[in-house]
Design a protein around this ligand. Sequence first.
Ligand code: ATP
Ligand code: MG
Length: 561
Amino acid sequence: MVLRMSRLLLKTLRDAPADAETTSHKLLVRAGYVRRTSAGVWSWLPLGKRVLDNVARVVREEMDAIGGQEMQLPMLLPREAYEATGRAAEYGDLLFQLKDRKGTDYVLGPTHEEVFTQLVKDQCTSYKDLPLILYQIQTKYRDEARPRSGVLRGREFQMKDAYSFDLTDEGLDEAYRLHRAAYVRIFERLGLDYRIVSAISGAMGGSASEEFLAPAAAGEDTFADCPACDYAANTEAVTFTAAPADAAGHGPVEELDTPDTPTIEALAALLRVPASATLKNLLVRIDGEITAVGVPGDREVDLGKLAEHLAPATVELVTAEYFAGRPDLVRGYVGPQGLGIRYLADPRIAAGTAWITGANKSGRHAANVVCGRDFDVDQYLDVVTVEAGDPCPRCGTGLTLDRAIEIGHIFQLGRLYTDAFQVDVLDRDGKPVRPTMGCYGIGVSRAVAALAEQTADERGLCWPREIAPAEVHVVAAGKAAQSELAEEAATRLEAAGVRVLLDDRAGVSPGVKFTDAELLGVPTILIAGRRAAESVVELKDRRTGTREELPLAEALERLAR
Ligand code: ATP
Ligand code: MG
């Protein structure tokens, strides 16, 4: 069926919504693809739904090609399952929760590891039942704190989530490799510019994990990219290794009178030393236990990274009230020497390095405090925020930092969930074996926005052919002969298997039609205009803007699949 603009539920807008900040948010609303229903909750209008379905179709085809079996699990799920794995607490306020009439607790699924694992426990008994790749393309719910950027970050959104179940670690490696290759094909077909970066595994635990990122200014993720080698990683996953220094040659510890210097800036200014020569010690409580975290004075502690390293332990910053009850801990003047509490440090605080740090006395600091001589590090942890210019862990070149949108994520989960639900199948000898899992997500609705971000120009959206709501946008300039030719073009294109959007609106000026065509972003625009009487049409490439006049028959031949 030719999609007719005369009947389409579509109101293009001249102005973007006042609160829209990103290109995709502005354009998807202006072009009538999506409409906000409530904060972070979007309705997909006919053109948007077509694009969304096209993305889902590509994802489905490539998942099927690696042997994935599509399913559909409920979105309304008993909270109990998410309590069994501790994820109800981990997700916290992100989880949408509700009760049924009997008072039983439910959640709206944020992702489905628990339910798939329970289903496999229920259905699989023998090694013969595995391996499995199960997936769904479905609505997910997360009560995001600041749902911004339109469909890039919704509270209700479409995700493809897949789960692999294998008997052996080699099996899991293979499933992971298959998904990675499928993702490469999916993002190539979608026409997205993307990078694969190593990631840490977030709230899920597990070992190998990579993210697929679409570089875009509107992205909320930062990734580190090496200009010299192929290293790329989420900044949270960048590691740093320091070589031990030679401790010889450092003088003895020297206590300095440094009044009113509780901050690194004040200290560095007073002593006229760079902040990098000082050692900053942050006090936290890890599962309640007071712990100091040492980093160079010019660096920031990434609390997310710290929490990630220490999970499932909880990490809290030490409050002023807590300090009040601990006279041994002098706020602003803490140093690791003789401190008597657990000491974690960034690898830059290597053995043999000397620092200016707190003297554990108000208004006093100590210089020449040498790691391994004057204090010991209980555990090294990569916890500082990565900065541009930090060395590439692979080749040492200075890293660059770029913004990107996370469009996909693959994890090797291991036996985290099969342990939680005690899933076993019997092997050849009748002995129980615990399956190992992977999970693999793609933000289907987010991919639509990511594509819009990467392909739009100042005139509007600009879709790749496979994803576009139609392949050809036929515009009837207005006069009767033009309308007739446009109708003929649309009908014949459809007959040739080409998806067509026909602007057959009466009483709308050609100028408005052309502007709308640019905004909607169908890749090829066919205009029945000036020379319609001779059966000559104009073909316009939406992306390059190139125009060409040619007989309809020739145009049809060129556009046929
Ligand atoms: P983010 O860090 O952006 O919050 P996440 O790491 O929590 O995402 P996953 O649990 O890995 O997300 O979910 C798989 C995929 O689902 C993500 O890679 C992303 O593409 C998509 N996604 C996650 N949250 C949202 C959201 N609120 N709106 C749209 N898509 C989302
Ligand atoms: Mg993720």
